[in-house]
Design a protein around this ligand. Structure first.
Ligand code: PGA
Length: 257
């Protein structure tokens, strides 16, 4: 990995392509990234569909001198190898150059029923092979309207308790703000990020290094305001990461925050 300052002090801007991308478009995008302005205060990552990770990793190494990290959107709950048709293990992700692995994205719980127990197994598998897990948490609109957002987030964060790591990365993504164009207010983000920091410190000890990213309709025109919020250490960017212009504008906003 190539970093000017320590990654746990940088702002992280991670693009989550979800189920988007094609070989040709991905290559075209990688070539545009060659002129990416220097942003030594920012850790940049792209989470592509698993089938494209190696393509991205190779392009990032050759064309971009590792200035963008390879991120996976998910990983198997099963370690190593075995008779688990369709699954990709953390060891395989490490073998093919992945750096960071998203775990527990709300779309995984919504469509695939993933809850804490599965996320915990995935976190352990990722840590065991030396990769960095990025745990995603977030409340639904109903939960927020019922005033249960802190309770819900605390429950989701309990996955972190007792993990064998001193580096904790979390993305706070209110489900009602994902892909909806509806961004949480600066007050809502400030409140939840401070809460998440406090929870992590009490679950994992005061000597942990922490990054808490915000996610949910982060765009070029709201990124600067979001990065200015205390305890916001970056962004997990869905839709806006599919375009070079909007993604690089968000990276610049992070660099200038
Ligand atoms: P969005 O997605 O930026 O398109 O809202 C964010 C995410 O789900 O990670």
């Amino acid at each position: 990995m190539y970093h000017q300052i320590g990654m746990w002090d940088q702002k992280w801007v991670i693009g989550n392509w979800k189920m988007n991308g094609r070989l040709q478009n991905n290559n075209a995008l990688m070539h545009r990234f060659r002129i990416l302005p220097t942003a030594e205060r920012v850790l940049i990552g792209l989470a592509a569909p698993t089938v494209y990770l190696l393509q991205l990793h190779n392009a990032m190494q050759i064309v971009l001198n590792n200035r963008i990290l390879t991120c996976a959107q998910d990983v198997s709950r099963f370690p190593n190898n075995g008779a688990y048709t369709g699954e990709v293990s953390a060891e395989m992700l490490a073998d093919t150059g992945t750096d960071i692995v998203l775990i527990g994205h709300s779309e995984r719980s919504l469509y695939f029923g993933e809850k804490n127990e599965i996320q915990r197994r995935k976190m352990e598998n990722v840590l065991n092979v030396g990769l960095i897990p990025l745990l995603c948490v977030g409340e639904s609109l109903e939960e927020r309207e019922a005033g249960k957002e802190h309770e819900v987030i605390a429950h989701q964060l309990s996955v972190l308790q007792g993990l064998d790591t001193k580096n904790i990365a979390v993305a706070y993504e209110p489900v009602w703000a994902i892909g909806t164009g509806k961004v949480a207010t600066v007050e809502q983000i400030a409140d939840m990020h401070a809460f998440i920091y406090k929870e992590i410190l009490s679950l994992c000890g005061s000597d942990v290094k922490i990054r808490v990213l915000y996610g949910g309709s982060v765009k070029a025109d709201n990124a600067a305001d979001i990065f200015a919020v205390p305890y916001v250490d970056g962004a997990l960017v869905g839709g806006a990461s599919l375009s070079y212009d909007s993604f690089t504008a968000i990276i610049s906003a992070a660099q200038n925050a």
